[in-house]
Design a protein around this ligand. Structure first.
Ligand SMILES: CC(C)(COP(=O)(O)OP(=O)(O)OC[C@H]1O[C@@H](n2cnc3c(N)ncnc32)[C@H](O)[C@@H]1OP(=O)(O)O)[C@@H](O)C(=O)NCCC(=O)NCCSC(=O)c1cc(O)c2ccccc2c1O
Length: 278
């Protein structure tokens, strides 16, 4: 049965929908620009991802690009919208130059839900980094992956370089950035850049299938695993995330409740009830 998507809110640059099974779908909707993002696009993506993070029914978010465009071509995202790039960043309606996609990258990486990129067509430049920071990537067989910064006057030395190197290795990451080549979906699969390649017609269904499987798992286990994977590469902020989950689990324990309650009731806590496990 086809999945029924319910729109959450209407936006100019994205579509944001949810289904009853705890899966949200966020679609960059600028196919005439190969789904390149301007500051407003990023602000809308940030709002939608924040909502999905807050919604306790949602465990999985699919991130994808609208398409095909009228010329028949697909894109996940072609990065920052070069027509609004100013001398200090991408300039939106408020006239302020921004690199606000960096905040979005951090949100996707740190939110305790599983984010799956569904890539049809181009994932280029900042659009490539967007799929990279998602937990999983499913590519359509027409997927095209690559960085372009050094040939058009930009670079992402954050997750775009260092996390890429963690995924595909230092040599391959340097090749991707230094040569600015494009790689097809099979090549991306071979280098571990994507998790699976499926026919374009099956892309969304495959994402939903993976989402449904994830929704059967333990939310807390997935949450802790995501922060553990991040902690390995994200330094102090990764540790902060992981430790935050330790605190969350501790708060949920009988032991923490007793110590908190004792403080509220101005009595000594009964520490004898709790074992010092080996
Ligand atoms: C993606 C392409 C390889 C596709 O090529 P194709 O030949 O299929 O399509 P066209 O080139 O004809 O494009 C069709 C249509 O879309 C418009 N378009 C495509 N990409 C963009 C874009 N990025 N910005 C604006 N518009 C775009 C194109 O102009 C056409 O419109 P017409 O009206 O002329 O029909 C190819 O399109 C391509 O190479 N695109 C550019 C890719 C690019 O340069 N991306 C930006 C890289 S830099 C970046 O993304 C970036 C963003 C950040 O926010 C950062 C923040 C912090 C650090 C680094 C950042 C960063 O590097």
């Amino acid at each position: 049965m086809p999945t029924e998507w319910t729109p959450v809110k209407s936006y100019s640059d994205i579509r944001y929908e949810k289904c009853a099974e705890g899966i949200a779908k966020i679609t960059i909707n600028r196919p005439e620009k190969r789904n390149a993002f301007r500051p407003e696009t990023v602000a809308q993506l940030f709002e939608a991802f924040s909502d999905a993070r807050e919604d306790q029914r949602v465990g999985v978010v699919l991130l994808t690009g609208a398409g095909p465009h009228t010329d028949g071509k697909y894109a996940f995202c072609a990065g920052g919208d070069q027509s609004v790039r100013g001398p200090a960043g991408y300039v939106g309606g408020d006239g302020v130059p921004r690199l606000n996609v960096l905040d979005l990258q951090k949100l996707i990486r740190s939110m305790p839900k599983v984010v799956i990129a569904l890539v049809a067509g181009y994932a280029i430049g900042g659009g490539h980094v967007l799929h990279l920071v998602c937990d999983l990537t499913i590519a359509a067989d027409n997927g095209i992956f690559g960085q372009v910064g050094p040939k058009m006057g930009s670079f992402d030395g954050g997750f775009g370089a260092s996390y890429l190197a963690r995924i595909v290795g230092q040599k391959k990451a340097r090749e991707i950035w230094f040569l600015c080549r494009q790689y097809d979906a099979q090549q991306a699969l071979d280098m571990g850049l994507v998790n699976a390649v499926v026919p374009i017609a099956d892309l969304e269904e495959e994402g939903i299938k993976w989402g449904r499987e994830i929704m059967q798992q333990s939310p807390l286990a997935i949450r802790c695993l995501k922060s553990a994977f991040n902690a390995d590469v994200d330094g102090q902020s990764g540790l902060q995330e992981l430790a935050g989950n330790a605190t969350l689990l501790y708060y949920m324990s009988e032991e923490a409740r007793e110590f908190h309650q004792a403080q509220r009731e101005k009595r000594p806590p009964d520490a004898s009830k709790f074992p010092w496990l080996p």
